[in-house]
Design a protein around this ligand. Structure first.
Ligand code: ATP
Length: 389
């Protein structure tokens, strides 16, 4: 068993910075877990504590059931892959991959066998006698992975392993990593700040912010049911639109028009200290050109008309930015929350991003009727960012 358990793990640096605060996380044996979040959220520090490269200030870390807080990195039986490949330039691919096994004083035959097995998995067999200088970036990164897998460690820890590669190679390497992890079935913790990588690679995604875990779940669950404004804005590209919504006469007054309030939300809004204004969140892909939806679909949503600012044609669909009129949110921190999440806050007259079918005949400068799927909206309490839907 090589499960990894973080039990209220914190990291406070000597200068007082709390990089990681009370993180609870249970990673199952064989699971592929992604740590994702904006720069400085504590994901690398978390990984480094699992690796033993950083001390744990408080809490307990267990690997395979055993407490490892005070164990040296080399005694944890895990392998790390970093962003920089750190290959030995004077050694061949074969020698680079054999290096950790030679350190472990394995016999020659076993080393040869293990290196060749790993090379096969990573399609490096033809390159075994080359030096790193004569390899492409993607091939070098595969050698770095090869060096990690030859040891058959209990777990792999990867810190932004693909971020030095160009966009196309990154996509290719994503499938390499994914296939490799499935084939080996080794517990893997993978750090990235790229939400697309997080969504496509892992069994589960851990979203961090300010040293704390915001939400843990399978990618689809985070997309469908973000727990708060931050997660909602972080997952999805382009980001979810956030609009100010005032609660009035059993309806929500928004820049898109009046939105009816469902029974469950109505109950949330009962009581003296219930919020009188909410943040309405709707993803770009949950809009459509109103002329392209059938009657059945139309009933599940609402329509509004707005002037088209910018049209970006993506081939398969179009990103269309509309100007919408709206009241500014009363609380400044709402904007901050959304901005933190990298999201647009459509408070007053700001852009609304929609993703419409390629067939939509929208034109910049003209007005267009747009349909919005009400079954997909999210409502957030602005005081704490909690998703009420
Ligand atoms: P990035 O994506 O930019 O690498 P990250 O999410 O991996 O960010 P960490 O590197 O874990 O973030 O850093 C978390 C926080 O701890 C940051 O605020 C960082 O400035 C701080 N920090 C990191 N190392 C130290 C250190 N040695 N001393 C003090 N503060 C540190």
């Amino acid at each position: 068993m090589a499960d990894i358990v973080l039990d209220k793990v914190s990291k406070k640096f000597p200068d007082g910075t709390v990089a990681v605060a009370d993180v609870d996380l249970e990673i199952a044996d064989g699971e592929f877990v992604i740590l994702v979040g904006p720069s400085g959220c504590g994901k690398s520090t978390t990984l480094n504590m699992i690796a033993g490269l950083e001390d744990i200030s408080s809490g307990e870390l267990r690997i395979g059931g055993a407490r490892v807080n005070d164990k040296a990195p080399r005694d944890r039986d895990i392998a790390m892959v970093f962003q920089s490949y750190a290959l030995y330039p004077n050694m061949t691919v074969r020698e680079n991959m054999a290096f950790p096994l030679r350190l472990a004083k394995m016999d020659k035959e076993t080393i040869t066998r293990k290196v060749e097995e790993a090379a096969k998995v990573l399609e490096l067999t033809a390159l075994l006698d080359r030096k790193p200088a004569n390899l492409s970036g993607g091939q070098r990164q595969r050698v770095a992975m090869g060096r990690a897998i030859v040891r058959q460690p209990k777990a792999f820890l990867m810190d932004e392993p693909l971020s030095n590669l160009d966009a196309k190679l990154r996509v290719q390497m994503r499938t390499v990593v994914s296939r490799l992890q499935k084939k080996l079935g080794t517990t893997t913790v993978y750090v990235t700040h790229d939400q697309t990588e997080a969504m496509t690679l892992g069994d589960r995604v851990v979203i961090m912010r300010g040293g704390a875990v915001q939400q843990v779940g399978p990618p689809q669950e985070l997309y469908d049911h973000p727990r708060n404004l931050f997660v909602a804005g972080f997952i999805g590209s382009p980001s979810m639109n956030f609009l100010h919504a005032a609660v009035e006469d059993g309806k929500l007054r928004t820049a898109l028009g009046d939105v009816p309030i469902g029974e469950r939300i109505r109950r949330e809004l009962e009581g003296a200290d219930a919020p009188r204004e909410l943040i309405l969140g709707i993803r770009p892909e949950h809009f459509e050109d109103a002329a392209l939806v059938d009657d059945d679909t139309r009933r599940r949503g609402m329509e509004f008309e707005a002037p088209v600012d910018i049209v970006e044609s993506m081939g398969s669909d179009k990103y269309v930015y509309f100007s919408v009129e709206g009241e500014r949110a009363s609380a400044a921190e709402l904007e901050e929350l959304a901005a933190d999440a990298g999201a647009d806050f459509s408070g007053g007259g700001a852009n609304l991003v929609t993703r419409l079918s390629a067939e939509s005949p929208v034109e910049e400068g003209q007005s267009r009727r747009v349909w919005c799927n009400l079954e997909k909206i999210h409502l957030f309490d602005p005081s704490n960012g909690r998703n009420l839907t």
